[in-house]
Design a protein around this ligand. Structure first.
Ligand code: FAD
Length: 461
């Protein structure tokens, strides 16, 4: 086995250097932050270079990028580039089972989230990383880490050759099923680890552009077909298509395993997603060609080893996608870490120590918020009572902008509010609203000044 030392001249780490495992969204952004701070960084990525490959069907997921992610991109000067490849989505466009539709704005008029292609964003970040002097090596998989030497064993994807890379500082940015995290866990006395799957999986489907080359539905929205135990969503792409994602039980009467023929798929979609199916000419092919994937939450601790190693992004905290925050949270990890480099003047024992103390409660909070939001999206967005509750909350926010910020807005549009604060505040607000919604004639009385004042006064209790 060959041993390589990642030596660097003029690096704040002296002779040593930084190795990032994984050139996904978070690893690539992290490398830009670190190189801007003067470090020479190498990234080792298991996959081939996606800039040279055609992306396979069913893996072209687009993502909702919101203010936390944008703030992290802005700090490294990338926000304008990323906005060019994004489509604003101002609200949820709900497609009810009875054929009616409702638009629910996400926040104030100027507040929106952004649909961005995962692959296009990842490629942009890799290009930028290389422009900042980062070396990215592809088709090399981390298989082991020797913590005494801080040496990582990599295996080449094609030849299965192995070699070792030593580094002063290692980041595990290798996603939800992180090999770096496993190595950390296996050689740690008291490592807390929790992993749980929800009973639904997901599958990507497509709504192509119309024959005239236009979007087939309203473009500036996240479309949702809530159906209680499951839902379909659709986000717009720059090529005028929509990527749909079906979140659906694995087993049961209505489940992936039950839909085992083209006829059953078409019958189910015709009955359940009538307006969508008319726009999906390749539905049954997509359904059987595209993979069905699972959704996992991972919580663990500690995330760091002294001044030598840290987990970041999904490797530290994988969450389900129902708040659209996994990538945003990982990008925020990078921004916070960068602030700590400044604060502790490159003292990595202090930086990593404070990083995990700060980020762990926030990652746990967004993990819980994300699981809860699945119930909200699939069950409650079709409920008129819930829609009224959201209207009242929007009114409260308009009248008392500093006192009542809806939980969704706290998470999505207010990066200065920590996820853990948003969870606490959101729980308090929800308890108050549950009582409000029980009030007699609330449907007609909700704009009454006295009622709104009374709601606000409860926040102080
Ligand atoms: C269906 C779905 C929808 C989502 N929607 C949203 C959304 O709307 N908004 C949002 O903010 N987030 C969303 N997310 C979450 C988001 O995708 C993740 O949080 C984000 O990709 C995390 O980035 P990462 O770089 O930490 O991990 P990843 O993107 O998983 O990247 C990890 C990288 O490490 C590489 N790697 C893995 N193992 C090794 C190894 N042993 N050696 C070397 N390299 C390795 C991988 O090939 C990959 O390139 C969604 C997730 C899913 C599943």
């Amino acid at each position: 086995m060959t041993s390589i030392r990642t030596g660097f001249n003029n690096s704040p780490l002296g002779d040593g250097g930084i190795v990032i495992i994984g050139a996904g969204l978070v690893g690539s952004l992290l490398s830009i932050y670190l190189s801007k701070r003067g470090y020479k960084v190498k990234i080792f990525e298991r996959r081939t270079d996606m800039r040279k490959e055609k992306i396979s069907a069913g893996r072209s997921i687009n993502l909702a990028l919101s203010d936390r992610g944008l703030l992290a991109l802005e700090k490294v000067g990338l926000v304008d580039e990323v906005k060019k490849i994004s489509i604003p989505m101002n609200g949820r466009y709900i497609h009810n089972a009875d054929g009616t539709t409702v638009v629910q704005p996400y926040g104030k008029e100027e507040q929106y989230i952004n649909s961005v292609s995962r692959a296009t964003l990842n490629m942009l970040l890799m290009d930028m990383a290389e422009q900042h002097g980062v070396d990215i090596f592809f088709e090399v998989k981390c298989t082991a880490i020797d913590w005494k030497k801080n040496a990582i064993t990599f295996e080449s994807g094609t030849s299965h050759n192995q070699w070792m890379v030593e580094a002063d500082l290692i980041f595990g940015a290798d996603g939800a099923f992180s090999a770096a995290r496993l190595q950390h866990q296996l050689q740690h006395d008291k490592f807390d680890y929790q992993q749980f799957y929800i009973d639904c999986g997901y599958k990507e489907l497509t709504i192509p552009a119309t024959a005239n080359g236009e979007f087939a539905m309203h473009v500036n929205a996240l479309h949702i077909w809530p159906r209680k135990d499951y839902m379909l969503i659709a986000l717009p792409n720059l090529d005028k298509t929509f990527t749909c994602t079906l979140f659906f039980p694995f087993e049961g009467e209505q489940s992936f395993s039950a839909l085992d023929t083209k006829e059953k798929v078409e019958h189910f979609f015709n009955e359940t997603f009538t307006d969508a199916v008319a726009l999906m000419p390749t539905l049954s092919d997509d359904f059987f060609n595209n993979p069905t994937s699972a959704l996992v939450t991972v919580k663990c601790f500690p995330w760091v080893r002294e001044d030598k190693f840290a987990l970041i992004g999904d490797a530290a905290h994988a969450i389900v996608p129902f708040f659209g925050q996994g990538m945003n949270c990982g990008f925020e990890d990078c921004r916070i870490l960068d602030e700590l480099i400044q604060k502790h003047d490159h003292d990595w024992a202090k930086i990593l120590g404070e990083y995990q103390i700060l980020r762990k409660p926030d990652a746990d909070a967004i993990a819980d918020l994300a699981v809860n939001n699945f119930t909200e999206m699939r069950e409650r967005t079709a409920d008129p009572k819930f829609l009224l509750q959201k209207k009242i909350e929007a009114k409260l926010h308009e009248k008392y902008p500093d006192k009542w910020i809806p939980a969704y807005s706290q998470v999505t549009f207010n990066p200065q509010i920590r996820y853990s604060e948003a969870l606490n505040q959101g729980q308090k607000q929800e308890a108050i609203m549950q009582e409000v919604m029980k009030m007699a004639d609330i449907e007609n009385e909700w704009e009454n000044e006295a009622i709104l004042n009374n709601i606000i006064s409860k926040l102080q209790i």
